[in-house]
Design a protein around this ligand. Structure first.
Ligand SMILES: Cc1cc2nc3c(=O)[nH]c(=O)nc-3n(C[C@H](O)[C@H](O)[C@H](O)COP(=O)(O)O)c2cc1C
Length: 247
């Protein structure tokens, strides 16, 4: 039997407000490259009908150069709530892709600022934006100018243990107008190894007014509750924990 504090009980029954979008679940399903397609999302939604789901990250440069919207941005008109995730280092390309994402039916636009993969970071996208906060800020502002739906950010603690910059970075994203921050409690250097450091998520939660979603090592109901109690985050995002275990 899992016991919840009165605070958490009250939070769990209240909708999660992502800017103008209210979501009736505090458990979100993360974007997973090569996994989060329509079929996967339908499967997860069977067990989590009200959860916010994400497409895997789409490359805004590709969206700019190709006429057709990439398959990974396609969503079912009946699927809600749904966010399309974009990555790039060019604010103008992000703005253009955000417009196309909204035309596809996205209820929010999420910007990936956490991907640790070299192929992405060496072009200035994903977690390398943690080292270029002024570009990250310009991206958020450009997306907000381009679309009316809320723009959110998903990121990590920092580049490595010597550069844990998340407190300043998160505040900067909020000040730029981000409607929610999802924080994976690992650095870029950690990749997917070691433990997610939830204590940093708690610190970020203390300094932001927008919703903060905790991500990293949510592999069970028990861990989700522990994480929410420890961090006071506004919700949890499941990720590898859902693979092969969508319920
Ligand atoms: C195979 C795989 C693909 C991923 N693809 C994305 C992605 O497209 N966008 C993103 O923001 N994060 C992506 N992630 C990161 C996850 O969303 C999540 O932040 C990370 O796995 C930490 O959560 P966990 O410890 O519960 O797995 C990916 C992770 C994995 C393992």
């Amino acid at each position: 039997m899992i016991s919840l504090s009165p605070n958490l009980q009250a939070k769990l029954v209240a909708p999660l407000k992502i800017g103008s979008v209210a979501v009736n679940s505090r458990v979100l399903q993360s974007p997973l490259s090569g996994v989060s397609d329509l079929v996967f999302r339908r499967l997860v939604r069977r067990y989590a009908p009200t959860s916010m789901m994400y497409t895997e990250m789409a490359n805004a440069t590709e969206v700019h150069h190709f006429k057709a919207v990439p398959k990974i941005m396609e969503i079912d008109p009946n699927e809600q709530p749904i966010s399309i995730q974009l990555f790039d280092c060019r604010p103008d390309f992000i703005a253009e892709a955000a417009c196309k994402a909204v035309a596809e039916g996205a209820q929010t636009i999420d910007i990936n600022m956490g991907c640790p993969v070299n192929k992405i970071t060496k072009k200035g996208g994903g977690s390398s934006l943690l080292r270029q906060p002024e570009v990250a800020e310009a991206i958020v502002k450009a997306a907000i100018r381009a679309v009316e739906v809320p723009v959110t950010v998903k990121t990590r603690l920092g580049w490595d243990d010597r550069e844990i910059t998340i407190l300043d970075f998160a505040k900067r994203m909020e000040d730029a107008g981000a409607a929610m921050l999802t924080l994976h409690g690992r650095t870029r250097a950690q990749g997917y190894n070691g433990s997610a450091r939830w204590e940093w998520i708690g610190r970020v939660k203390e300094v932001l007014s927008i919703p903060v979603i905790a991500n990293g090592d949510i592999f069970s109901v028990e861990s989700a509750v522990r994480c929410l109690e420890q961090t006071q985050a506004d919700g949890v995002m499941c990720s590898r924990g859902t693979l092969g275990y969508p319920f």
